[in-house]
Ligand binder design. Sequence first.
Ligand code: PLP
Length: 465
Amino acid sequence: MDGTFTQNDIRHIVEADKAHVWHHLTQHKPFETSDPRIILEGKGMRVWDQNGKEYIDAVSGGVWTVNVGYGRENIAKAVYDQLMKLCYFAQSAGSIPGSLFAEKLISKMPGMSRVYITNSGSEANEKAFKMVRQIAHKKYGGKKYKILYRDRDYHGSTLAAMSAGGQDERNAQYGPFAPGFVRVPHCMEYRKEELGLGHLSGRDFGIAAANLIEEVILREGPETVGALCLEPVTAGGGVITPPDGYWERVQEICRKYDILLHIDEVVCGIGRTGTHWFGYQHYGIKPDFVTMAKGVASGYAAIACCVTTEEVFEMFKDNAEDPLDHFRDISTFGGCAAGPAAALENMRIIEDENLLENCTAMGERLMGNLRALMDKHAVIGDVRGLGLFCGAELVADRETKEPVSESQVAQVVAECGAQGVIIGASNRSVPGRNNTLCFSPALIATADDIDAITQAVDAALTRVF
Ligand code: PLP
């Protein structure tokens, strides 16, 4: 830390936090007797808390966001320069960084064409949902309005995004939700028995898991289903990589029933999965909508996007005489020029520093290290991931796959923290199932960083189990 803060400053910050801040996704009772962690500074892969303790951040800002690492002067400067030139004008007009960022983004997304800028992942998903609903009215007399979403996937915290939320613990007590959202089963091979597909494996399992989606479509009536919204690799629901054959079959099903495919890249997008800019590009998917947020500007500014094909865009400009024909939606802060200015620089850094390649190499090292730990720790039941986006599922018994307790998971996370490594855990998709340790270090991670992360996990597992 650079020593900017005195002890008194820090105590003041902690007390102000305890008195007035409502932390996200946090039970506050413990703060009556202890202090919350306050992160004061970050540089590269590392952050420092109020006690001066240094951590390797293995979750990129807690929620897989800071893809290029902390302290990037070039991004800060791009934002500063843009704010001095023009801080804001509503996106009903254009802007220099908006145009240049959209052009750059689309150059990485063959087949896609239009970028709708907004400011959070939830909001980007809401934009896609609204487009689907409006298309249903324009093309299908309002009939094809249903949106399918998957068990264990997460699409955000606003009410329509929660209506598409496959994580029961996140949704509990917040209903009723918006009508017209229908759940389809997950595709997790490790827990295939839950799907009644325990007898299948590999490609056969992948195709059968996709066919479960078709069963829902047929039950609902294909003429009522407008879109299918999926994460390419499920993030908070337990880092669930798709089985072989799954995406091919999902696309066939969408084409067969004229269903738009919405890929939620809020976590996977902008390099997180390595080699490609987006998760869907690993699987030959041709989406109609792609939403993204976290890594778009690596947290240096709030920006998210809903990207569509030209075919989707064309549907909103058929009839200029009709005042209801266009997409009648606005996001005030989608007009903040800091977002695209930061995003453009963020993409340049990823290119200039070959971070997609580094992500692949370091992701393989992380997965290899975690898999090696399976020999020593029977509690690791499964290791999954793609790029620097990995999960290790903890089970009390490898045969029955019974999850370890939530408090044991919390202890492992706390033990890693005590050793100076911040890791995460999956959301309680199914109550009692937040049993996957999550890792998403910045794409700049070195081999030493990766080894330090897995050494901390090794020690934490030894201590807790
Ligand atoms: N979609 C996915 C896959 C997410 O993981 C998240 C957030 O974690 C969201 C959407 C919502 O994004 P935001 O929190 O920016 O609204």
